[in-house]
Design a protein around this ligand. Structure first.
Ligand SMILES: CC(=O)SCCNC(=O)CCNC(=O)[C@H](O)C(C)(C)COP(=O)(O)OP(=O)(O)OC[C@H]1O[C@@H](n2cnc3c(N)ncnc32)[C@H](O)[C@@H]1OP(=O)(O)O
Ligand SMILES: O=C([O-])CC(=O)C(=O)O
Length: 412
């Protein structure tokens, strides 16, 4: 006899708040065992971590305890990367050692740029110039494992990443290479042949702009305002606990124990979807479509009527302003960038003001998120390292609620 539907629920009382939650219980395929149906992992924490703290109700984001706003104001991206990967901010000498080590890794494997035959038949040269840069970047990142067999547990031994020295070696290597690869992919897509060796006298963000813009001119100097903006963007997007990209990285790394290049390439691919950082481009398209301030009110009403989700708005965790999208942090930076690139941010500002004053968005606690104002990022390395060192790391194997047919046979 089927159990009454009430008894297929697990009731949980949160004694901190007195709130009661009811979760659907689903049995395993054998009709036994306990599975909780939790779409989107809304009530599930599959790992513990000491890297980022988020309080979504109050719009707080801290890395290793430091507020993100403070880090954006006071630290460089490489300092923050050190903090995330190693747990504390570096001393002066630790920082210069870290920066130099990453810079030393920034030249690209020759095979990515030149095959035995020609550039066009080398890996980067063969990528379609008109496909999306994020997919080309993830492809090139993934290819790095083929050129680094010493990073592959299948080749170098399953215990490869057991030591911190091995973890750090590959973190440094992938950070140096990823920056150059991003530049190479961009230049390739612009129809040029990328340069192999970056200018090592520049800092990390200047170096990326150099790779993007120098076209081989060794005297090229990146614009300081753009380099600073890029660095701050990297800082504020450097970490966000289990966003899709990090969750995908951990799923690969902790579950199947793959190398760091495969795990990060997987995470980078996950990041590009329109529900995540892919929303950045959708925001730009939306602003173009709106065109001018006079169209903002109509655009919002149409979106509400048709139940369309506006890109750059809403967040699973933040039920107030995403701290990374706050005026004090990002708008100041945006003004400096707009001064250089000459864009007019008025439509974005009008849209933002209209949304935060609109009952529909207020009632649903929908505010601008980081993608409303921002661009690219690199972030999952600290989590990869943490999962390598956590003895309680277990194969991540969520289970599904099967709603298909139980058993079928071929009919004649
Ligand atoms: C750095 C980052 O990746 S930040 C995220 C970037 N992504 C985007 O900007 C895409 C646009 N936003 C969204 O798609 C969503 O808000 C997400 C995916 C970010 C979060 O989704 P969820 O937490 O699952 O929220 P959910 O979809 O349940 O929405 C709750 C309610 O708000 C509405 N809503 C959510 N986002 C939006 C939006 N952007 N515009 C209009 N309404 C929205 C939903 O329709 C729903 O309304 P209902 O209660 O009347 O049914
Ligand atoms: O955390 C999330 O769900 C998405 C996000 O903001 C991020 O990855 O930066």
């Amino acid at each position: 006899m089927a159990a009454p539907s009430q008894s297929r629920k697990l009731r949980i009382i949160d004694h901190r708040t007195g709130l009661t939650y009811e979760m659907d219980i689903k049995a395993g395929g054998d009709g036994k065992g306990l599975k909780l149906y939790d779409p989107g992992f809304v009530h599930t924490a599959p790992v513990k971590s000491t890297i980022a703290f988020i309080d979504g109700r109050n719009g707080i984001l801290r890395y290793r305890g430091y507020p993100v706003e403070e880090l954006a104001e006071r630290s460089t991206y490489l300092e923050v990367a050190y903090l995330l990967c190693k747990g504390n901010l570096p001393t002066k000498s630790q920082l210069s050692e870290w920066e130099a080590a990453i810079q030393r890794q920034s030249s690209m494997p020759e095979e990515l740029l030149a095959s035995h035959y020609s550039y066009e038949r080398a890996l980067i040269g063969a990528l379609p110039r008109d496909s999306h840069p994020k997919q080309n970047f993830a492809t090139a990142l993934y290819a790095l494992i083929s050129f680094n067999p010493d990073a592959n547990p299948l080749v170098a031994g399953h215990d490869l990443y057991k030591t911190e020295a091995a973890q750090n070696l590959h973190i440094i290597r992938i950070m140096g290479k990823a920056a150059s690869l991003a530049g190479a992919i961009y230049v390739h897509m612009e129809g040029q042949k990328p340069i192999q060796n970056p200018n090592n006298s520049l800092n990390f963000s200047e170096m990326i702009l150099y790779m993007f813009q120098s076209m081989g001119d060794q005297d090229f100097k990146p614009n300081p305002a753009l380099a600073k903006a890029l660095d701050v963007i990297f800082v504020i997007l450097a970490e966000h606990e289990l966003g899709t990209a990090t969750a995908a990285t951990l799923h690969l790394a902790s579950s199947s124990g793959v190398d760091v290049y495969t795990a990060i390439a997987g995470g980078t691919s996950a990041l590009s979807g329109p529900n995540d950082i892919g929303a950045v481009e959708a925001v730009l398209d939306m602003l173009n479509e709106i065109g001018s301030i006079e169209n903002v009110a109509f655009y919002i009403e149409e979106a509400k009527k048709s139940n369309t989700k506006l890109p750059g708005i809403g967040h699973r965790v933040y039920k107030t302003y995403d701290p990374r999208a706050k005026a004090s942090l990002i708008q100041k930076l945006a003004e400096e960038v707009y001064d250089v690139v000459g864009k007019d941010p008025l439509v974005a500002a009008a849209l933002e003001n209209a949304i935060i004053a609109d009952e529909y968005f207020i009632n649903r606690k929908l505010y601008p998120n980081a993608t409303f104002h921002l661009g690219l990022l690199l972030r999952q390395l600290a989590h990869w390292k943490e999962s390598m060192n956590d003895p309680s790391t277990r194969l991540m194997r969520p289970q599904q609620w099967y709603t298909g047919q139980r058993l079928r046979h071929y009919s004649k």
